[in-house]
Design a protein around this ligand. Structure first.
Ligand SMILES: Cc1cc2nc3c(=O)[nH]c(=O)nc-3n(C[C@H](O)[C@H](O)[C@H](O)COP(=O)(O)O)c2cc1C
Length: 334
């Protein structure tokens, strides 16, 4: 059975089972009943409530709504200073039988950090302002162990995942790392030829570049990369007076996740009419994405050498703006 996540409820369920303890603690009661049709006694808890478990153990509760479900709350056990934060601080990735950070190599920890970025971008990014508000509520809690609903339990270095989430939440206005995601899709390879010069231009400026092809790259990886990027290149041909459909799908998904405020450059080949730009403008407006677009470069059929140089130059321009607008760049300017 696939379980939606009601962290406090699950904690309550586990306790109830282990301690044969009734009533069952359940926040998000309406949701839980909608999913499970529960026939149990329950007690609803809210921020500030606590439950003494005996032997010096006590659970406290803090609501952090909309991270990511409306009923999200965290549970804090005072004697072990353990935070059970539901979706907050979660990551993807299979845990196996080594669930604690001190059981993992640095390489494995970095894998889970990358998976936490992918998790953040796909699950909670849209609720980043709620994440920031939630993190503020938790700042006064002394925490030794972070045991999220998904992923690694952080008991050696809980600050590592907390800091990562803080950083990811700060990317929600657009400026992020000095990095550009180059998204490209091409039917015959004409637009593909424009990827190399734009990447060269970006690399000359010294920004990080991540190249991802649509539809081949999984959308969850696209979301993770773009979330961390200050700039995006969208390289796609015109298709039935619109964008190459896999690119439209990717941008639509970015819009649904509220990936806003990016610097972007569009490139692409067309045959006779063009039309991709119009659909791009419509999609950006529909999702209120507030992206700043550099002047696009469209070429008929194959790009010529002048267009190639222009694309390289536009890559440099984007790279420079990304360096200035990234959070590092903004911090340097202050
Ligand atoms: C199914 C299909 C639909 C197309 N629709 C248009 C169109 O509406 N307007 C246009 O200017 N070109 C259109 N083209 C032509 C392509 O944009 C053109 O061949 C371009 O060079 C393809 O670039 P690519 O090699 O990067 O895919 C279409 C091509 C195909 C295969």
């Amino acid at each position: 059975m696939r379980l939606p996540i009601f962290a406090a409820g699950l904690v309550g369920c586990l306790l109830a089972k282990r301690l044969e303890w009734n009533p069952l603690l359940l926040m998000g009661l309406a949701l839980a009943q909608a999913f499970y049709d529960l026939d149990v006694r329950y007690r609803v808890v809210k921020t500030g409530d606590s439950i003494a478990l005996g032997q010096g153990r006590e659970l406290r509760f803090v609501e952090v709504p909309n991270v990511h479900w409306p009923d999200t709350m965290v549970t804090y056990e005072t004697s072990t200073r353990t935070l059970m934060p539901c979706d907050v601080f979660g990551s993807f990735g299979e845990i196996g039988n080594a669930p604690y950070d001190d059981q993992l190599s640095e390489e494995q920890l970095q894998f889970f950090e990358r998976e936490a970025v992918r998790y953040y971008a796909n699950i909670v990014a849209r609720f980043s302002s709620s994440v920031t508000r939630g993190l503020e509520k938790l700042t006064d809690l002394p925490v030794d162990i972070v045991a999220p609903g998904h992923g690694v339990v952080w008991r050696k270095n809980p600050a590592r995942i907390v800091e990562l989430y803080r950083r990811l939440a700060s990317y929600n206005k657009g400026p992020a790392q000095p990095r550009v995601t180059v998204l490209w899709g091409s039917m015959y390879g004409y637009t593909e030829q424009a990827v190399r010069p734009v990447v060269e231009g970006l690399e000359e400026i010294g920004v990080d570049v991540c190249v991802q092809q649509v539809p081949q790259t999984h959308i969850s990886d696209i979301l993770a990369s773009v979330w961390q990027s200050t700039g995006v290149v969208l390289a796609m041909p015109t298709y039935e007076f619109k964008m190459f459909p896999p690119m439209a799908t990717a941008i639509d998904e970015l819009g649904r996740k509220l990936v806003t405020g990016k610097l972007a450059l569009r490139l692409g080949s067309y045959g006779w009419s063009g039309g991709a730009q119009r659909e791009l403008d419509e999609l950006l407006a529909l999702h209120k994405m507030n992206w700043t677009l550099l002047e696009p470069i469209e070429f008929k059929g194959a790009m010529d050498s002048e267009e190639e140089e222009l694309i390289r130059q536009r890559g440099r321009e984007l790279g420079l703006q990304v360096k200035e607008q990234s959070l590092e760049g903004l911090a340097r300017a202050m």
